[in-house]
Design a protein. Structure first.
Length: 333
């Protein structure tokens, strides 16, 4: 650091060692150094007088024993519900480029916010980039696979995607992507965890998710678990099986719920409640499929037990259904 040297009617700057403050003492970067009467006296007298910032104005660079942020850091103020990239630290304000706010993402939006420095030391500050040269953090991408999926194949798709996208980070840190898991009613959560760059978290996650999506599309042994229909492929198969062809389109009609026999098909009460809320908001997007008994006039559910229970929970008196008939008996013995 530099010090102002006064003496014998001369003034000049000299390099001097940076002071080592006691714990809790601030280190201030001087931005303005006014001249006062004592400075004038030192200027006029013989000898040399070194001043490291006499009666100066400056910015607190750090507090000994406490962490501090710098321009370029990404910081969070939880009590202010604010995340931003530090652009500048002035004498009165710290300028942040807000992260999020106008978008649901962790990317800077270009909206600058001035935070009074007087507030900073009374706030909890989370610094994501204490080490700017290696600003990494742990991130994860979560997918749900069905119980009949090939677990090993699914893991391989996830790990290979993260390895390809974050290869340079793996080389720099030695930390490889890994998998953790949780049980789920409709399958298994696979949690891919990997190191990412703080300021590129959203972009890297996008690239990884896209590669995982493509990998699962090309894998016949890995299937995504979806609530209510169990899996993506099962829903597609059921759509092809259940959707009425042109000649059956006229068989979709309103059936009195009292004439429908649900049978002993097990349904979860929580699933019924969730689907009922969806049906109440959006309507029944797909009719159930029933088989008509010509003797009793009753209907047996072939597909759509959960949809039937949701409609019943909402108090519907009838439900749209694709009606199928029992196959005609052959006269051949």
């Amino acid at each position: 650091m530099k010090a102002l040297v006064l003496g014998s009617r001369k003034a000049w700057m000299e390099e001097v060692p940076k002071p080592e403050p006691e714990p809790g003492w601030p280190v201030i970067r001087t931005t303005l150094l006014p001249i006062c009467g004592s400075d004038r006296g030192a200027f006029l007298t013989d000898g040399e007088h070194r001043w490291a910032g006499h009666e100066g104005v400056g910015v607190i660079e750090e507090v000994a024993g406490e962490s501090r942020f710098r321009p370029g850091d990404r910081v969070q103020f939880p009590s202010l519900n604010l995340v931003g990239d530090v652009k500048d630290i002035g004498a009165m304000y710290t300028m942040l480029d807000q992260v999020g706010g106008t978008i649901g993402s962790e990317e800077p939006v270009g909206r600058y916010i001035l935070v009074p420095n007087a507030m900073l030391f009374s706030q909890v500050v989370i610094n994501y980039t204490v080490k700017q040269e290696a600003a990494y953090m742990l991130d994860e991408v979560v997918i749900r696979i069905t119980y009949d999926s090939d677990w090993e194949a699914a893991e391989q798709i996830l790990v290979e995607a993260a390895t390809e996208v974050t290869g340079d980070l793996i080389q720099a840190t030695g930390v490889k992507p890994y998998i953790r898991s949780d049980w789920y009613d409709y399958g298994v959560y696979l949690r891919l965890r990997y190191l990412t760059r703080v300021k590129e978290r959203v972009e890297l996650a996008y690239k990884i998710q896209k590669m995982i999506f493509e990998g699962i599309q090309h894998s016949p042994s890995v299937d995504m678990a979806i609530p209510y229909v169990y899996s993506y492929r099962a829903s597609m198969d059921r759509r092809e099986e259940v959707a009425p062809p042109d000649q059956e389109a006229g068989n979709v009609r309103e059936i009195d719920i009292s004439r429908i026999q649900p049978g002993d098909y097990p349904v979860d009460a929580q699933d019924v409640e969730l689907l009922a809320k969806s049906v109440a908001a959006q309507g029944l997007l797909q009719p159930i499929v029933v088989l008509r008994n010509p003797q009793s006039g009753q209907y047996e559910i072939l597909a759509g037990h959960l949809r039937y229970e949701a409609c019943k929970r909402l108090g519907w008196e009838s439900v749209p259904a694709v009606v199928r008939e029992y196959p005609a008996r052959s006269n051949n013995k």
